[in-house]
Ligand binder design. Structure first.
Ligand code: HEC
Length: 95
């Protein structure tokens, strides 16, 4: 299940402008760090302010390096962007 999610996520993130290598690394990070305590929540199921609030709390729990934090944030936002393509506005903005 998780693997299928990651493969789909990598494909979408690659389409959104991350290199395949970055996407793969982020997908792995997401599963290893965020999937350690609970299921993998999907960013597109949360309104942006709610997600950002959770991310603030979860990043503190996840013990990521600054570089990993940046990459993972970008990666997850690219997933939201690819899910939001059909909606007005589409891509989300970087904080
Ligand atoms: C150390 C364990 C731990 C790690 C690591 C962790 N989480 Fe969590 N997460 C929790 C707990 C516990 C909750 C329940 C809310 C609370 O008590 O803070 C939660 C809740 C959440 C929620 C809200 C779920 C809801 O109720 O809708 C989201 C979204 C989330 N986490 C995403 C992430 C992401 C993304 C990462 C990786 C960056 C991550 N988590 C890493 C423990 C963790």
């Amino acid at each position: 299940m998780k693997l299928a999610f990651v493969i789909v996520a990598i494909a979408m993130a690659t389409a959104a402008g991350l290199t395949p290598k970055e996407s793969a690394a982020c997908g792995k990070l997401y599963v290893e760090k965020c999937g350690r305590c609970h299921k993998l929540y999907k960013i597109e199921n949360y309104p942006e302010p709610a997600w950002n609030m959770w991310m603030g709390q979860m990043l503190a729990k996840s013990k990521l390096t600054q570089a990993q934090t940046k990459q993972l944030t970008r990666y997850l936002q690219s997933l939201r962007a690819s899910h939001a393509e059909h909606e007005a506005g589409g891509a989300s903005t970087q904080p």
